[in-house]
Design a protein around this ligand. Structure first.
Ligand code: AMP
Ligand code: MG
Length: 457
């Protein structure tokens, strides 16, 4: 039985999963599987992962939530194509693409293989980069036909998280004035996920924790140039996990105005807007907790967001540049580096990784003035672990769109899933050198320059 089910049926609907035609297991995250203490044959796992069989006789459920989508409140959303199917070791199992639910709003409840591969690879990438995320356990392909701009094969990703509750779950009840349910939901989240907040100030402390975790998560996104693409409040996890991978993208050629979602015409969720959007989203969460904490209390907590974000981000960036001792001018130095990247259309990940070997960057004239300053700054510190430190935060490999696209095309056109395995292994350890796979650190080839991603997944 799912803990979440204890909340009662105002919070979800029991559903029946709609299995895929001729499903097959494309990949399983063995390390996660072991960590979750699962033990079944691949055949049995496939039955669960494709929605054919229940997990330990657990009734699958789809949760109901609301949310602000692109700034506009939508009074009822919900798990339109995902559902919770069970729980093991305190971790919820969720299928994405197992068919319609009462919250599908006319859509088909399916996920296509293309976007499922992207989610599968991105969640392992985020984990590899030490950014909090839901984690995908299995990827299942099928012969189910799904209609998007063209017919595409359907797939299911099983994702896992301690909880899949979103800001939007709170917003739903707040918009209906159901304060009893808001309290019930908050008590549930505190009991299972923030037990250390229990006490007289538990709702403030809980909100403060969500703010802090969100700040840390977004700092990780900014430091690794991850752009989520659809930062609606229904895609914001109450545990500060990166959730709902859709038209995400990692910045390759550095541009802080990067908009990964082709459908986001106004650039609401542009890369450099993310810290501000997260704050706005947290403010909407604060609104929906209005029956538990006062405006003044919420404001006092929210006032700490920026400091937490900057602290967390600065810590990461200082490591990226191999700086241990603080110098007032460090922010300026880092800002100048970004300016060089931007002006000369340099690759973010590779430029930073090459900082570990100043010799390599020195061959690039674009960096020469900046390197003179950097050399001087580094000389101030006699830090023998500098390279190790930098390599532990500057990935050599990042999920570039073209790498995902190659894996997708091989899977779709040739039913060859080996590339998914290669990328999965690479991105679980993105800081390692992986000799023999170094071409995977290459920048996008010309055929991939115009790749676009949108919400249609
Ligand atoms: P997203 O922003 O992609 O996380 O999705 C927004 C809302 O649309 C969520 O409530 C989803 O469950 C729902 N949704 C997205 N795609 C589908 C689909 N193919 N079928 C049913 N619901 C969907
Ligand atoms: Mg969503």
């Amino acid at each position: 039985m799912l803990d979440f089910s204890n909340l009662g049926e105002e919070f979800f609907s029991p559903i029946e999963t709609q299995p895929l035609n001729n499903p097959f297991l494309i990949h399983k995250n063995q390390a996660l599987y072991d960590q979750l203490g699962l033990d079944m044959s691949d055949a049995d796992l496939l039955k669960v992962a494709s929605g054919e069989q229940q997990f330990q006789n657990t009734q699958p459920i789809a949760s109901i939530y609301a949310g602000h989508q692109f700034g506009h409140f939508v009074s009822q959303l919900g798990d339109g194509r995902s559902c919770l199917i069970g729980q093991t070791q305190g971790c919820e199992l969720s299928l994405k693409g197992a068919g319609q639910t009462p919250y599908s709003r006319g859509a088909d409840g399916r996920a296509v293989l293309r976007s499922s591969i992207r989610e599968y690879l991105c969640s392992i990438s985020m984990k590899g980069l030490n950014i909090a995320t839901t984690e995908a356990l299995t990827l299942v392909g099928s012969e189910t036909e799904v209609y998007r701009e063209q017919i595409e094969p359907g797939a299911i990703v099983m994702r896992t998280a301690a909880s899949h509750i979103r800001f939007g779950n709170f917003e739903l009840f707040a918009s209906r004035g159901q304060t009893k349910q808001i309290k019930q939901l908050a008590d549930f989240v505190i009991k299972y996920h923030y037990p250390y907040c229990q006490g007289d100030n538990q709702y403030i402390d809980f909100f403060a924790e969500v703010v802090k975790r969100t700040a840390v998560m977004v700092a990780g996104w900014q430091a690794q140039c991850f752009s989520h693409g659809v930062m609606n409040t229904d895609n914001m996890s109450i545990l500060g996990l990166t959730i709902d991978y859709g038209p995400f993208g990692f910045i390759e050629t550095y541009n802080p105005k990067f908009v990964c979602n082709h459908s986001d015409h106004e650039g609401r969720y542009a890369f450099d807007q993310q810290p501000g959007v997260a704050f706005w989203n947290l403010s909407r969460l604060a609104d929906s907790l209005g029956s538990l904490i006062t405006d003044k209390q919420a404001k006092a907590v929210l006032d700490g967001y920026q400091t937490q974000l900057v602290e967390s981000y600065s810590k990461l960036m200082r490591k990226k540049f191999g700086l241990i001792e603080k110098d007032d001018q460090d922010n300026v130095l880092i800002g100048q580096f970004f300016e060089v990247l931007y002006q000369n259309q340099k690759d973010y990940t590779n430029s930073l990784r090459q900082l570990n070997d100043v010799g390599k960057l020195a061959n690039d004239l674009d960096f020469s003035d900046w390197l003179a300053l950097y050399d001087k700054r580094i000389d101030q510190e006699k830090n023998s672990n500098r390279i190790e430190l930098m390599n532990s935060v500057n990935p050599k490999y990042i999920l570039r769109n073209y790498l995902a696209e190659v894996a997708i095309r091989k899977a779709q056109d040739e039913k060859d899933y080996t590339e998914i395995e290669t990328l999965f292994n690479l991105f679980s350890q993105p800081f390692d050198e992986h000799p023999g796979l170094t071409t995977y650190a290459d920048e996008a080839p010309s055929w991939a320059q115009g790749l676009e991603v949108s919400c249609s997944s």
